[in-house]
Design a protein around this ligand. Structure first.
Ligand code: H2U
Ligand code: ZN
Length: 356
């Protein structure tokens, strides 16, 4: 058995690199850089929508969408096929291979938009347990129905939140893409989980979670079914990983009680995010679940990644440029100090503090 060789006090001061075993890449950690002066781009904090209904919003109930369709007057969750889909279910066949250098092929896909709530002014952080359960139920249903199409290999659920992540609208919503080939990130995670399982006869994320529960310093919050932590190898300053305690691979395997607990942990985490800078915290998040290619995939462990782009205040955005684009991603504040900030942020939303 290998000896633990981490030296935490040093890792908080000394530049070093850390390994991400899920996608097999390194990240450079430079804690000594947090003192440097900042003269970069300053973002304006996003405004919080004040009205439950916005007549100009293309996701609000009863409103016309840009593509010409009109939304029903829905009262819980509501999904529709994206009016401007990135992929089509039945595109013309493509098959290009010139010297294995010019290679192109067909990609089929169904792209959907799922509204979390009829309320324009809500976010996951401010939804009730019952409302969140409806969102989780919709994710399960979408994963099942799209995943069961014979040509669909993978269902990706993701949420872009905030203008700086390119989200087109503050109305709470996510996107769901079901595609005919395993996407890049899922392929990388697939290979790592498979090979780790073959070598260790256990699950990569089960083993990782066990280690983190022992160390504690990167844990952000937890409930009976899920744990959120800043991964040892986090690239984005406040990146987190949400992992199920139980080993299972997909949304469709969530036990009824775990559906409620998934809503609960999402809320706890997003409240903490909003509280860090007292702004609606922007992020891209998404679930990684097993492929839907008809195989069992016992190596897969359901998890979600949160990638928020903010650096050290609500108005300073982190860009992946320079060395990070050309060489290796790099971070300044350590994962341990980011986890401490998120723990300190608390679970009463800053907008609810006066009424609490
Ligand atoms: P974001 O998750 O990045 O905000 O994107 C929302 C999606 O909504 C986007 O893919 C779609 C856009 O194509 N959309 C519609 O399908 N209909 C509309 O009327 C406007 C936006
Ligand atoms: Zn709206």
């Amino acid at each position: 058995m290998s000896q633990p060789n981490i030296n935490l006090p040093d890792l908080q001061k000394v530049p070093h690199r850390r390994f991400n075993p899920l996608i097999r890449q390194w990240v450079v950690v430079s804690p000594q850089r947090t003192q440097r002066p900042w003269r970069g781009k300053v973002e304006h904090p996003p405004a919080v929508p004040r009205h439950a209904y916005d007549p100009d919003c293309y996701l609000c109930p009863g409103n016309p969408r840009a593509g010409g369709a009109r939304n029903p007057t829905y009262s819980s969750t509501f999904f529709f096929d994206n009016d401007y889909p990135g992929l089509l279910p039945d595109p013309p066949q493509v098959d290009v291979n010139e010297s294995e250098l010019l290679v192109a092929g067909t990609e089929r896909g169904v792209c959907r938009v799922l509204c979390f709530s009829p309320r324009h002014d809500l976010t996951i952080a401010r939804m009730s347990a019952a409302e969140l359960q409806q969102v989780v139920d919709a994710w399960v249903e979408q994963s099942q129905s799209l995943g069961s199409l014979d040509w669909v290999q993978h269902v990706q659920i993701f949420e872009n939140r905030g203008e700086i992540m390119g989200a087109s609208n503050p109305h709470p919503h996510c996107q769901i893409w079901a595609v005919s080939h395993l996407p890049n990130e899922a392929t990388r995670e697939q290979t790592s989980q498979q090979e780790y399982g073959d070598q260790h006869h256990s699950c990569l994320l089960c083993d990782y979670l066990k280690l983190e529960m022992g160390h504690k310093e990167r844990i952000v919050c937890e409930n009976e079914a899920f744990v959120v932590l800043v991964p040892y190898w986090a690239v984005w300053p406040f990146e987190t990983l949400l992992v199920s305690r139980r080993h299972f691979g997909g949304m469709d395997e969530l036990a009824p009680r775990e559906r409620g607990l998934l809503g609960d942990i999402l809320k706890r985490l997003t409240v903490r995010y909003d509280n860090v800078f007292e702004v609606p915290f922007p992020y891209t998040m998404g679930f990684h679940q097993r492929p839907t290619d008809g195989q069992q995939h016992p190596e897969w462990h359901l998890h979600a990644h949160y990638y928020p782009p903010l650096l050290r205040s609500a108005t300073v955005q982190k860009f992946m440029v320079g060395y990070e684009m050309l060489a290796t991603p790099q971070r300044d504040i350590t994962p341990e100090s980011a986890a401490a900030r998120l723990r300190e942020a608390g679970e009463v939303h800053y907008l609810d503090r006066n009424s609490a």
